[in-house]
Design a protein around this ligand. Structure first.
Ligand code: GLU
Length: 591
């Protein structure tokens, strides 16, 4: 989980500037340290440091490295602490090969010991450093580059992609269950974990498949599979919207993306209209339907569990992607797995899909990156169509996922007239965004608390969980979402005069409102303070976050917005960076 990038210019231009800019765009994938290596006059030059790209570049002037070939990395440490010596690139003991790596080499300790026995020395605690040393030791034995790569990957276990830079002016890009894309530009060749890294410079891209590698040099490229067979992959044109990711008038991507929901909700799924029919046909004939995802996408799966049975007659079983392997006996050719993911590259989700595929289940996915591994692995996919989401905490992708669930419900029951009501949903979102004062004031009042509890009942329970997840991610305050009825079965023990509880409490036909009010009384009797999120004021609330009035079916979509805002403002109040919360990364490509 990190970003890797490589570039060979066919002019005499230095690549460092391009690579620094690319790394800045991709650091959402990992941002604890940064490094760059270039090749200048047959010498490998390296600069690396701890922190974000802009910080390290300011300190070390990464962009001033000379050379027309280079590789770069933004790290999310898995093996070895966040230190300068563990930052990538790593070079082999003979300083002839530099490597940037995404993922994990599971057998690195064995390999490291074998290489040490051959006299090689190591400077870092990472798993990565075995790659340049192994490759170098195999080349020294007399193998050409192609065969050396084949022999190297045959010894590595784990899920990884890496780029190696060699002194003969070649780059090797290797893909094995982590992303890697080759970009073809008029000024040279690019390799990257994400199109975002080079969108500005290329017109066409080649998506390498797993167990493939490419050898690139200034005059061309050749792709092979891990057995050494030549592979012919057709370049595809890229959409130029990929390069357009700026903060505009906003201070952070997160608040920009929260505001974008007034349009992204309407756009969700609209480029996949035929696929809605495919989903409908597959779902209605499936004996069992499981929905999987991680983090926010798992909360979407929970929303599906509540929304689907009544309108479709289908019962939905959500399974966290990371827990999938414990459900062996559930999958067969009569079952369907719906996988939900923003990036489509999350390792847990991809592993869950691989597991169900092995049992011949149908795979449907709801995914933002339609060129992702998840989209490729699916029988059919619906694109979120919400544009790049840079903020590490999911915001607009969540409401787009939920909107797609609604659009699917309409396939089962057209009388729900979902699409024609989405404009009023968007008006309601606009109203919340136009009146942020209650949320800003509450965030200020709550900035020093240590714990926060969020209650919701029925379909509002997954929203309580998602609200708590946002607050944890961005503010680092411990927040928990509970099903309101569970309060008396345990969490009530946590309530005292210092406790704050947010209750999602829309005024509905009686299915949740009255019961919530009883829970609120129980909480207040223990001295805790209540923040009501509701379309109706009630004097029992200590604070009130008003919601616009809307047909009740759509409440999950709008009531998540105040939590996104609260997480954002709490993060600012506490001096955090809302776009890049500590210890997290946008796309989790490790187990
Ligand atoms: N396993 C490597 C490390 O810890 C790469 C991690 C990453 O994907 O950023 O340095």
């Amino acid at each position: 989980m990190c970003s890797i990038i490589g570039c060979i210019h066919n002019s005499n231009l230095d690549v460092a500037n391009v690579l620094v800019e690319s790394m800045g765009k991709m650091e959402y994938r990992g941002y604890d340290s940064v490094g760059l290596a270039t090749l200048s006059d047959r010498e490998i030059l390296i600069k690396k440091g701890i922190g974000r790209v802009s910080h390290v570049n300011k300190e070390l002037s990464l962009n001033e490295l000379k050379g027309e070939i280079g590789i770069g990395h933004t790290r999310w440490a898995t093996h070895g602490g966040v230190t300068q010596s563990n930052a990538h690139p790593h070079v082999c003991a003979r300083s002839e090969i530099a490597v940037v790596h995404n993922g994990i080499i599971e057998n690195y300790l064995d390999l490291k010991n074998q290489l040490k026995n051959k006299g090689m020395t190591f400077k870092s605690d990472t798993d990565t450093e075995v790659i340049p040393n192994l490759l170098s030791s195999i080349i020294i034995e007399g193998n050409d580059l192609k065969n050396a790569v084949i022999k190297t990957v045959s010894k590595l276990t784990g899920q990884y992609s890496f780029i190696a830079m060699l002194k003969d002016k070649s780059l090797v890009g290797v893909k094995n269950h982590e992303p890697l894309i080759l970009g073809l530009g008029s000024d040279g060749y690019y390799l990257s974990s994400d199109i975002l890294g080079f969108a500005k410079h290329v017109d066409k891209v080649i998506y390498l498949d797993d167990e493939q590698f490419v050898i690139v040099n200034p005059s061309g490229y050749t792709i092979y599979d891990f057995k050494g067979n030549l592979v012919n992959l057709i370049p595809t044109k890229i959409s130029k919207t990929s390069e357009n990711v700026e903060k505009g008038k906003y201070e952070h991507f997160t608040i920009k993306e929260i505001h974008e929901q007034t349009s992204t909700v309407l756009q969700s799924g609209i480029e996949s209209l035929d696929e809605f029919d495919t989903f409908f046909n597959i779902l209605k004939t499936s004996k069992r339907v499981y929905v999987t995802g991680s983090g926010t996408s798992y909360n979407t799966a929970l929303v599906a569990k509540y929304l689907f049975p009544k309108i479709t007659g289908i019962s939905i079983e959500p399974i966290m992607s990371s827990e999938m392997k414990f459900f062996d006996d559930c999958f067969n050719e009569d079952t369907t797995l719906v996988a939900i993911s923003q990036s489509g590259e999350s390792t847990d989700v991809l592993n869950a899909v691989a597991f169900a595929k092995e049992k011949n289940s149908k795979i449907l996915s709801i995914v933002n990156t339609t060129t992702s591994s998840l989209a490729k692995a699916s029988d059919s996919f619906i694109g979120l169509n919400c544009g790049y989401e840079v903020g590490v905490a999911a915001t607009k992708s969540f409401t787009s996922q939920i909107t797609i669930l609604y659009r699917l419900l309409e396939k089962f029951d057209p009388s729900q007239k979902i699409s024609s009501q989405l404009n009023s949903v968007v008006d309601a979102i606009s109203k919340i965004l136009e009146n942020q004062k209650p949320v800003i004031d509450i965030s200020h009042a709550l900035k020093n608390i240590n714990n926060l509890y969020i209650l919701g009942r029925g379909v509002h329970y997954p929203i309580a969980k998602e609200g708590a997840l946002k607050i944890k991610e961005l503010s680092y305050i411990h927040a928990e979402g509970f099903a309101a009825g569970e309060l008396k079965h345990g969490p009530l023990a946590l309530m005292d005069e210092d406790t704050y509880v947010i209750v999602i409490n829309p005024k509905d036909d009686g299915s949740t409102y009255a019961d919530n009010l009883s829970n609120i009384s129980e909480i207040k009797s223990r001295g805790a303070k209540i923040i009501g999120v509701s379309d109706e004021f009630n004097q029992i609330y200590d604070y009130w976050i008003p919601l616009p009035t809307l047909p009740k079916l759509f409440y999950p979509l709008i009531e998540t917005i105040p939590f996104q805002l609260m997480a954002y403002y709490l993060s600012i109040e506490r001096g955090n960076d809302p776009d890049y919360p500590r210890n997290l990364a946008k796309c989790v490509t490790v187990k």
